[in-house]
Design a protein around this ligand. Structure first.
Ligand code: ATP
Length: 447
């Protein structure tokens, strides 16, 4: 695990961002719970995506389809037959690995192969196929006929609703359908904190286009999505495209480009978003398996056709990890013995926008500060704190990425002004208390 990830795991727990699931029972493999600050950060990220992909455009509509779907969906999509990874088992320590795990030495199944966990030689099985979908049962009877799957991606819920959305909203091609929701994959090698988990979220958009225009739209979305990631404040030198070669493409894809972020350490550059040209694979398969026509009727030209799909698929959890890695810094502060840890989030994404403090707990300062906090809370999340030295209180806010700290001091009761401290520059300015809401909102917007 990269160094900064280790520091982040402990900071995230200590400061209420992310906890291990079921920790008091020893934890459950690769599921994480989002605490009070983590959920604010994740919501901000998801809202930003929804705003830019759905609300700010007239060619994309939103959708929220179910996690459980008709089991035939997953036959049509290829997940029942094809959503498999070759796996090897160690007969000695019982651990399972992906067959392409780089730390395996030798050929699994042969006597020279060495288990990367226990180090025994000749104990690794030959690769076997393993389906990554979680199975459950619908209804009271646990029988084969009642098997359903937890969706491994949100996209299929969109495809089966393609005509519902198109017809109810009277959309003309090209148009897209976006959704945010949970997905489940029984990943063989989860890890790196929230990078790869078995329960995660996706923010996916399927853009339906006329065949022949698909590569143009693929190029358009590839660029758009990169711009979006940069707009989050992810550093340019840590972002790059990885265009998949023909032999790397998934069975459904005509072209695919990953947006990768450099997480540092052993993880390095890794995918946070995939942009895929899926052709008409999905609609054609659902048409075939359901026996229902899914063609689009192009009225002006009086013809019917199956649109091609360009998909953008991003994980908010992985992007959130990229935000944390990108934002985390430890620095020395001039003239102070103690350094500080900062999460330098883009102000619009920061879970708490302002810390509000009375300089000391007397002379009416707490009362005035509490009133300011209550007023600001109508606009955004605010944290009120009156305990301990003021420097400590600033440090605690730096550590959770709060961009502004407001302090009520001796002058405040005289002229109605307070200081506002900037997390990054440490500059402090005096501002009229009654203008704080406006001043902070303007700074957040300027980002
Ligand atoms: P990988 O190759 O890393 O397994 P993928 O190519 O299978 O990812 P997609 O199916 O394209 O991923 O899913 C789109 C996005 O969903 C990914 O870019 C990632 O951000 C997120 N995602 C996929 N699998 C996981 C997971 N197990 N945990 C967290 N996020 C995930």
């Amino acid at each position: 695990m990269p160094d900064v990830l280790e520091s982040l795991v402990s900071l995230c727990k200590r400061r209420g961002f992310i906890f291990q699931s079921s920790e008091i029972y020893g934890g459950v493999g690769s599921v994480w719970d989002y605490g009070p600050l983590g959920i604010e950060l994740k919501r901000n990220l998801q809202d930003r995506w929804w705003k830019s992909m759905v609300r700010a455009r007239d060619d994309i509509e939103g959708l929220d389809s179910g996690i459980l779907m008709h089991p035939r969906v997953w036959e049509a999509s290829g997940h029942v037959g094809g959503f498999v990874d070759p796996l090897v088992d160690c007969k000695n320590c019982k651990r399972r690995f992906r067959a392409d795990e780089p730390t395996i030495k030798g050929t699994p199944g042969a006597p020279d192969a060495q288990c990367p966990s226990c180090g025994m030689k000749g104990t690794l099985s030959e690769p076997r196929q393993f389906n990554m979908m979680f199975k459950t049962f619908m209804g009271p009877v646990e029988e084969t006929a009642a098997v359903v799957y937890l969706r491994p991606e949100t996209a299929q819920g969109t495809y089966v609703n393609f005509l519902n959305v198109q017809q109810s909203m009277r959309k003309k091609i090209p148009f897209g359908i976006a959704q945010i929701g949970k997905a489940f994959r029984n990943e063989i090698t989860p890890g790196n904190f929230i990078f790869r988990t078995r329960e995660f979220e996706q923010m996916e958009m399927q853009f339906f286009v006329e065949p022949g225009t698909d590569m143009q739209w693929f190029d358009y979305w590839r660029e758009e999505r990169m711009l979006w990631h940069r707009g989050l404040g992810l550093r340019e030198d840590r972002l790059r495209f990885y265009d998949q070669r023909k032999d790397e493409l998934a069975h459904y894809a005509r072209a695919a480009s990953d947006i990768q972020f450099d997480f540092g350490g052993s993880l390095g550059f890794a995918e946070i978003e995939g942009v895929h040209n899926r052709g008409d694979f999905d609609l054609a398969r659902h048409q075939e398996f359901s026996g229902k026509k899914l063609e689009y009727f192009d009225q002006p030209n009086n013809r019917r056709f199956l649109p091609f799909v360009v998909e953008t698929a991003v994980g908010p959890n992985r992007t959130l990890l990229a935000l944390l890695v990108s934002a985390y810094r430890e620095e020395i502060v001039e003239g102070e013995a103690e350094g500080r840890t900062v999460l330098g989030f883009h102000p619009a994404l920061a879970p708490v926008k302002a810390g509000v403090f009375p300089l000391v707990k007397k002379d009416g300062m707490p009362e005035m500060a509490e009133k300011i906090a209550a007023d600001l809370r109508k606009q955004f999340p605010v944290f009120y704190d009156e305990s301990g030295a003021i420097g400590r209180r600033y440090r605690r806010q730096d550590e959770i990425g709060t961009p502004y700290c407001v302090t009520v001091d001796g002058q405040s009761s005289v002229d109605g002004t307070v200081t506002i401290r900037d997390r990054d520059t440490l500059a402090q300015e005096r501002v009229a208390a009654e203008r704080l809401g406006e001043v902070i909102a303007a700074r957040i917007a300027a980002g």
